[in-house]
Design a protein around this ligand. Structure first.
Ligand code: NAD
Ligand code: TYD
Length: 349
């Protein structure tokens, strides 16, 4: 029996994680804390909203008072921190919120966990915590920076982030590490490559291209389209996090990736051909400033030490994902029209 605080659970990966946890661990309680920013969409969780093991609380992770009260009220023993500003392009136009949410929000959560889990909370030298507690930070491979044509990211590499988004995530990783080193807080971190799958906000490459293809809009490819990302199905990422919170060693970082390097233009072409549209829709546009050329994850540590491995091949995962967006046009339409926010804004005023 566990009580898991999932932050950012109304977003893409967090909502997939909640679905997985409720199915896989029917004796766990899940508390979803989400501020419902533009990226938070409770429609992702409609099918579980009446599940007695699921509770939603609209709250901002930067709000220490509210986060403390949630820890007072529920017997939380695990935190999985997904809450973040997550889009690189937005971090280029408006960096500040990336720093406050991704860095300070993480520190607020760490403080609340420390205060509630420490056996002698007022003793600054004590490193004893309640049994079985764990703070898990969901990070990204982007903290390592960019690769050239060869090489892969390994956990021991120095962090070298290039965008305001990735530098804010790297900062959060370091604060998580500091709470472990200084205070002995039981933490773990996963750094995953690019995810795809159901419920991804249609500003990210794959859902954007699928939606534009379906509506015959131009497909904006940045620069030469030869940037490489290492794609993983979201369910495989969620399984990896579940593995690490149960079996991962405290204080460790685990890379998560499925050895699926693809150039952006290959992905765009695959979507066009699967949907049956013309490549004339492709529009090469000005490159993203500071655009990382290549990401590639070495997943040896998690596969050999914890026995995790991806279940999806890229071909099967993309086939199912494109089919999901075709079957769920209304989900995307509600985002494009903005109605997803109006409905829940009324409910959680
Ligand atoms: P997302 O943008 O879809 O969801 C983020 C969620 O966090 C939203 O529901 C939003 O409402 C919530 N949120 C934002 N600010 C908040 C705040 N101040 N307080 C409470 N909630 C807040 O993001 P995602 O793609 O699901 O990513 C989730 C996590 O995984 C992020 O930490 C991201 O850095 C990491 N990650 C993402 C990918 C990817 O490919 N998408 C890959 C590796 C790691
Ligand atoms: P994105 O989904 O934003 O993820 P990230 O920047 O975190 O990797 O973008 C994936 C890749 O696709 C990245 O190299 C930028 C590129 N891209 C485009 O070419 N056009 C687009 O419209 C978008 C959103 C992304």
């Amino acid at each position: 029996m566990k009580t898991v605080l999932v932050t950012g659970g109304a977003g893409f990966i967090g909502s997939n994680f909640i679905h997985l946890m409720l199915k896989k661990h029917p004796d766990y309680k899940i508390i979803n804390v989400d501020a419902l920013t533009y990226a938070g969409n409770l429609e992702n969780l409609k099918s579980v909203e009446n599940n007695p093991n699921y509770t939603f609380i609209k709250a901002d992770i930067r709000d220490a008072g509210t986060i403390g009260a949630i820890f007072d009220k529920y017997p939380i023993d695990t935190v999985v921190n997904f809450a973040a500003e997550s889009h690189v392009d937005r971090s280029i136009t408006d960096p500040q919120i990336f720093l406050t949410t991704n860095i300070l929000g993480t520190q607020v959560l760490l403080d609340a966990a420390k205060a509630h889990w420490k056996l002698a909370p007022d003793d600054k030298y004590s490193r004893d915590y309640k049994d079985g507690v764990r703070f898990h930070q969901v990070s990204t491979d982007e903290v390592y920076g960019a690769l050239g044509k060869t090489g892969m990211f390994v956990e021991t590499m120095p962090l070298s982030p290039n965008s305001p988004y990735s530098s804010s995530k790297a900062s959060a990783d370091l604060i998580v590490r500091a709470y472990h080193e200084t205070f002995g807080l039981p933490v773990s971190t996963t750094r995953c490559s690019n995810n795809y799958g159901p419920y991804q906000f249609p500003e990210k490459l794959i859902p954007l291209m699928i939606n534009n293809c379906l509506t015959d809009k131009a497909l904006p490819v940045y620069g030469d389209g030869m940037q490489i990302r290492d794609w993983l199905h979201v369910e495989d990422h969620c399984e990896a996090i579940d593995t690490v919170i149960h079996k991962g060693k405290v204080g460790e970082v685990y890379n998560v990736g499925g050895n699926n390097e693809k150039a952006n233009i290959e992905i765009v072409r695959l979507i066009i051909s699967t949907i049956g549209k013309s490549e004339d829709l492709i529009k090469y546009v000005k490159d993203r400033p500071g655009h990382d050329r290549r990401y590639a994850i070495d997943n040896t540590k998690i596969t050999t030490q914890l026995g995790w491995k991806p279940k999806y091949t890229f071909e099967q995962g993309m086939k199912e994902t494109i089919a999901w967006y075709l079957d769920n046009r209304k989900w995307v339409d509600n985002i494009v029209s903005g109605s997803y926010q109006k409905y829940y804004a009324e409910m959680y005023k």
